[in-house]
Design a protein around this ligand. Structure first.
Ligand code: ASP
Length: 346
């Protein structure tokens, strides 16, 4: 049986063309994209496609679009062996993280890719990325079990776990990286999977799509000079349910009494505060320094080595389940789909 793959084209540079008047890249339709990749026909696959109307630059991505992708995958889940999502690079890591939570019990490949140069350009990286993504989505063993059974980002030489990925370059073809998790596959002459790193699913359960996200969340970046007045304003935002607090190094923060008091009051009000490091590599060891230890003692939760993209989408996802903040606080501290590794509090 030929592998059956569904391509979901959301937009992004891969399918853009230059507007002759403004010279700005603008999304174009899927047929244009496919006309530029005739080699796809050389793959002996059954391929169908669904296009976002209109295709978008991924800076316009929203939870409603993630719900739409979830709906498309859930509706077509039994009819396809794998899914390839074509997406702009700017928010690809957010989409990959969100889908990893929303597609509960996923046991088929959802491979997200795009490109740095439009598919119509001579030196495009889009052709290779699309073909490799299709090959990965189609890869399976003799029993028909897919090799990749999770949401992943394929870009140039690597396949990364979706909720561990971050866009790291605006112009390098290797635009993504997981700073705290190994590559799921390395792409060179062949596609070399790291079977230890790939998600293992012993007894697959029926897919359980989750559509609701609650956006009553925000991110706060610490920096020397952060003013009390401005921070207080942010913390007192009406309706606020959760904050991803981007701290220094190993989860460290100021020990200034006004700052500690402001965080204490926020947590006491029932706002869930998650401590995530600003460092690209490593994670929160809250008790290593006094400031981080104080945050922990106030009830700020360690985000361990989670990415910002996974942290903020996980928070929206958990509040979207309609559970109370104590339950969100409990669940956000534990990994759901391999998005973080628990590190010791030392
Ligand atoms: N602005 C584009 C997008 O995210 C960038 C890209 O696709 O590389 O849609």
């Amino acid at each position: 049986m030929k592998p059956r793959i569904l391509i979901i084209y959301t937009g992004g540079t891969i399918g853009m063309i230059e507007d002759p008047a403004t010279k700005a890249l603008t999304p174009f339709d899927f047929s244009h994209l496919m006309e530029n990749v005739p080699k796809v026909k050389m793959l002996d696959y059954h391929i169908d496609n669904i296009q976002f109307e209109p295709p978008i630059d991924s800076s316009d991505m929203s939870p409603a679009h993630w719900a739409e992708m979830t709906r498309i995958i859930a509706k077509n889940y039994e009819d396809y062996d794998g899914f390839v999502v074509l997406h702009g690079t700017d928010t690809m890591a957010y989409t990959a993280s969100a889908l990893s939570f929303m597609l509960e019990n996923l046991s088929k490949p959802v491979i997200i890719t795009g490109s740095q140069l439009p598919i119509g350009e001579v030196r495009t990286d889009g052709e290779e990325n699309l073909i490799t993504a299709l090959q990965i989505a189609a890869d399976r063993d003799a029993a028909g079990i897919s090799t990749v059974r999770e949401v992943a980002i394929l870009f140039e030489n690597y396949l990364w776990r979706g909720n561990r990925s971050t866009k790291r370059s605006a112009d390098n073809f290797n635009a993504f990286k997981s700073n705290n998790y190994p590559a799921l596959a390395k792409i060179g002459l062949g596609i070399h999977f790291d079977r230890e790193a790939l998600a293992k699913i012993d007894s697959p359960q029926p897919l359980r799509p989750r559509y609701r996200l609650d956006t009553s969340v925000m991110a706060i970046d610490l920096f020397p000079g952060l003013s009390e007045k401005i921070l207080r304003h942010q913390l007192e935002t009406p309706g606020l349910k959760g904050i991803v607090l981007r701290t220094y190094g190993a989860g460290n923060a100021s020990t200034a009494p006004w700052f500690v008091e402001a965080i204490r009051r926020t947590v006491k009000r029932g706002v869930v505060v998650l401590n995530v490091t600003q460092c690209v590599n490593g994670g929160v060891h809250a008790n290593r320094y006094v400031g981080g230890g104080i945050l922990g003692s106030l009830g700020v939760i360690s985000g361990h080595d989670i990415t910002f993209e996974a942290a903020i989408t996980k928070m929206m996802f958990l509040f979207g389940m309609g559970i109370g903040s104590a339950e969100v606080a409990r669940r956000i501290a534990e990994p759901i789909v391999g998005e973080m590794t628990l590190v010791s509090p030392k």
